[in-house]
Design a protein around this ligand. Structure first.
Ligand SMILES: Nc1ncnc2c1ncn2[C@@H]1O[C@H](COP(=O)(O)OP(=O)(O)O)[C@@H](O)[C@H]1O
Ligand code: SF4
Ligand SMILES: [Mg+2]
Length: 336
């Protein structure tokens, strides 16, 4: 993937609100803003890692991109088409091109269907291989592609280990040769060595078949290994995004710096469940050790380093003081 690769996906100003239940009958509507004004893009052949602690809005964002959820505001463009303007048949026509891999493969696979039928189903829905014998051949090939075998065709999901079931989920997701995979914590329920094999499978799908991936995870080491770029989400907002090495080795936003400095996994930290995130100010203000007067007055703007495309949302960058907290690096000089 080169930095000039054309865009595959572009999210612009995505907002998703959920109604909070149990409020007074005639009182004002109470909402939780799970995703708040999020914009990002994924190039053709690129892997974008999306990191953030539990409750930061990762799954909601993945589902918005997949059009499994409607945004309250904002747009999703896929290869130039505004997905948010599509519904019914128009949306179904595009669906084959973006597919989701879920955290819990068991919940996402129909336990009453055999693996052959599970992987074959999208080919039937999208009418891609009408001939039954050829379709079965294609399914066998897909199983082999993900490290299973044609002997698995007649087995049920319950007969597989967690890793095997995730392979079935991936075979189903890639059956129609999508351009984009949205993988929502795909190895979170697997043990380490099996998880590593699944990660290598995503890498290989990206390298050999050119699939773009939105890789959602709270595991920074996995994101570092697999992603070309990384976006850091905090309470429904992207606070920093850019090339993986730059963001993780030389974090600029105070929240990213906190993440990179602490030993505990992200989910051991604060969760933001149940809190409204429709901020008018920086979402990190309450926890930020470096907050200054401007942070209490207005939302920070986006600052972009034009060469690498790195973006940071923080008043410190505007004031140039982030650079003083650690040794300046070439990647930082263009941002302020
Ligand atoms: N269907 C829903 N109804 C109400 N609130 C929801 C719904 N889905 C997610 N949320 C809330 O939105 C926030 C973000 O959730 P989620 O996207 O699942 O975060 P993550 O995947 O980062 O853990 C959480 O506070 C969660 O409780
Ligand atoms: S904008 Fe202000 S409060 Fe927010 S992270 Fe930057 S310094 Fe901290
Ligand atoms: Mg999630």
């Amino acid at each position: 993937m080169s930095p000039e690769s054309p865009l595959l996906l572009e999210a612009r100003g995505l907002v998703r609100e959920f109604d909070l239940p149990g409020k007074r009958l005639f009182g004002p509507r109470q909402v939780l803003t799970a995703v708040s004004d999020v914009s990002f893009s994924i190039a053709k052949g690129e892997i974008l890692g999306l990191v953030g602690e539990s409750g930061s809005g990762k799954t909601t964002l993945g589902r918005l991109v997949m059009r499994l959820l409607d945004p309250t505001r904002g747009k999703v463009f896929f290869d130039g088409t505004d997905l948010t303007a599509l519904s019914g048949r128009g949306l179904r026509r595009h669906r084959r091109r973006f597919q989701m891999v879920f955290q819990d493969p068991y919940a996402s696979l129909n336990p009453r269907m055999r693996v052959g039928e599970i992987v074959e189903e999208p080919l039937i829905i999208h009418d891609l291989v009408p001939d039954k014998t050829s379709r079965r051949e294609r399914v066998s090939g897909l199983l082999e592609r993900v490290g299973l075998s044609r002997h698995d065709l007649e087995r049920f999901p319950r007969e597989f280990s967690g890793g095997g079931r995730q392979r079935v989920g991936i075979a189903r997701a890639i059956a129609c040769a999508p351009d984009l995979l949205v993988a929502d914590e795909p190895i979170a329920s697997l043990d380490l060595s099996i998880g590593a094999q699944i990660i290598n499978l995503f890498s290989s799908l990206n390298e050999k078949e050119g699939m773009s991936v939105l890789f959602i995870s709270h595991d920074l080491s996995v994101v570092r290994y697999i992603s070309d770029r990384v976006a850091v989400l905090y309470r429904g907002r992207v606070v920093e995004v850019g090339p993986t090495r730059e963001v993780l080795d030389d974090p600029v936003h105070p929240y990213t710096r906190l993440l990179m400095g602490r030993d505990a996994p992200m989910d051991a930290g604060e969760t933001s469940d149940g809190q409204d995130r429709s901020f008018e100010l920086c979402p990190f203000l309450a926890r930020c050790p470096e907050a200054r007067p401007a942070c209490r007055e207005r939302m920070p703007e986006r600052f972009e380093e034009h060469e690498s495309g790195r973006q940071v949302f923080c008043h410190l960058v505007m004031e140039g003081s982030t650079w003083k907290t650690s040794a300046p690096s070439p990647s930082r000089q263009g941002i302020a």
